[in-house]
Design a protein around this ligand. Structure first.
Ligand SMILES: [Zn+2]
Ligand SMILES: [Zn+2]
Length: 212
């Protein structure tokens, strides 16, 4: 079994949308949707999209969710602590950058730490990693060694903690948790390019500061 990942930057600040495909069944999960562009629609055309998995509730990751839901009927999953962002553009920070552009939509499933999301023959584990937001999560596929980190961990840096709900202490604890996962992972981040966990363990200034 395998899980493939294709990344399309979308939306007002080009946050990454990741298309996860379980190759055994062809079933798809879309991780974050800052928009629902033709590029995304083309790739999903005729496919079975089971989930819209959100790493957190900031506008740059969710502005396309309502359109993507209408297109696919997929189950919208977000951590309970960030679920209000889908309904309230103050909470998603949309009102700061692009007031009036967010279509409110209800989550279908509220996630908690330790939840499992079954996509065909693949399994994604939910890791609650607050710090950037209260309800930030990472999704880990231990079998296929894939980790999706949203705005918690980036290549050579980490997420901001100065927005409402952010916390330096929580972000640090979340980074320690990620660092302490067994083995290596390909890491797909919320912005910019992908990396690996082992590269970040040795080069990322936040992770280096934590020590081994
Ligand atoms: Zn964010
Ligand atoms: Zn972001």
């Amino acid at each position: 079994m395998a899980l493939t990942v294709e990344t399309i930057p979308q939306g007002p600040v080009q946050a990454n949308t990741h298309i996860l495909t379980d190759t055994a069944t062809g079933k798809i999960a879309v991780v974050d949707a800052g928009d629902c562009t033709d590029a995304l629609k083309d790739r999903l055309n005729g496919k079975s999209v089971e989930y819209i998995l959100l790493t957190h509730g900031h506008f740059d990751h969710i502005l396309g969710v309502a359109a993507l839901k209408a297109l696919t009927g997929a189950e919208i999953c977000i951590h309970a602590a960030d679920a209000d962002c889908l309904l309230d553009e103050e909470k998603s920070l949309c009102s700061w950058e692009c007031a009036g552009q967010q279509t409110p939509i209800q989550a279908d499933r509220l996630l908690h730490d330790g939840d499992k999301i079954v996509l065909g023959e693949s399994v994604l584990h939910v890791l609650h990693t607050p710090g950037h937001t209260k309800g930030g999560v990472c999704y880990a596929d231990y079998e296929n060694r894939i980790l999706l980190t949203g705005d918690t961990l980036f290549c050579l840096t980490a997420g901001r903690t100065d927005f409402p709900g952010g916390s330096d202490e929580e972000l640090l604890a979340s980074l320690i948790r990620l660092r302490n996962l067994d083995g290596d992972f390909t890491v797909y981040t919320g912005h910019n390019r992908a990396t690996t966990l082992e590269f970040e363990r040795t080069r990322n200034r936040y992770m280096r500061r934590i020590g081994r």
